[in-house]
Design a binder for this molecule. Sequence first.
Ligand code: AMP
Ligand code: MG
Length: 361
Amino acid sequence: MRGYKRTGGKLLLAMGAVLLLTGCEGRVEQYGSVDTAMGTVVSQTLYVRGDREEAETETAAVMELLTRLEEQELSWRIEGSEVARINALSEEVAGERRTRGRESAAEDSMAVSVSSTMQQILQQIWQVSSDSGGALDVTLGRLSRLWNLDAVAMGTAEISVPTQEQIQAALEDTGYERVRISQGTLGLPPGMQLDLGAVGKGVACDRVGAYLRSRPQIAGAVVAVGGSVITYGQKPDGSPWKVAITHPRKEGSYLGILSLTGEHYVSTSGDYERYVMVDGVRYHHILDPATGVPARSGLCSVTVVCDSGLLADALSTACFVLGPEQGLALAERYGAQALLVEEDGTAHMTDGMEEMYTAAE
Ligand code: AMP
Ligand code: MG
């Protein structure tokens, strides 16, 4: 755990902690950094065969690819990203149809071109949406903006609990099953808004993985993008990677530790991440598309480990909405390992998770 400090329940690296290690492969530089990207904290520990300058260059390259991913592809907030472009076109067509006096703006579907990369991302998401009976639904952009819980939790907006009518109206523009994905085209009802927040950090870890694999001088790494983590390669001493799981109710503590060897993707979804308490009610950022309100499945934290960042992230959100039994079954169906924690602390886990997880005392 050398070089780490705990901040806000997350494992963070002490800024700029540097350690020189020697092994049979020659000099390996351990370099740690903490920065922000994609609206969250990014902590990196890289083991680089080379000197400190090379390690710094690799760290900066990882940050750059995350920023590019957010700005060019995934962010609905940043004008010019692919998701923002899809949402803007959808809004524009809905507006035109309303002006022309069509009864329902969403009457006919509209077509938007998408890159092959975005198409692949969406196809994987749609598979999880379908397998989870819609517990994961990235077409709920209108609903997530209505609640605005990200901004509320950050203190940049006041909570205003939407009325049932407002929730119903937002849900009318939601529904993954109303979308067609085909060769380079997305067919969607005008007015629908995408929010890839449930998978973005997992996709980011996939991109980091691809980058690390392309750099032979990187021997090992742990990179955390908010609640999504990639472990890669190995440490010079061969010991396993340790990934701490935040305690959902005790700030600054952790629930347990995962011991992982080699390349894995870990995602945690929790009701403690972005939330606000009003009159004893916890309004958190994981919404149940069936009801339009923050999910009440009895769970407060779900961690998924598998060999894809996108899937780990998509499944952690979907399992959270589904609850302990159905959530566990969904993870098993994907061959993923999962830890699902109920509000009273009861933990459910897959067999493989039992082998990698050690609960904190
Ligand atoms: P995560 O922290 O990965 O579980 O993702 C939560 C984020 O995904 C929220 O901040 C919303 O932007 C979005 N979101 C919330 N509920 C859902 C859902 N049921 N399906 C898809 N996206 C969701
Ligand atoms: Mg997720």
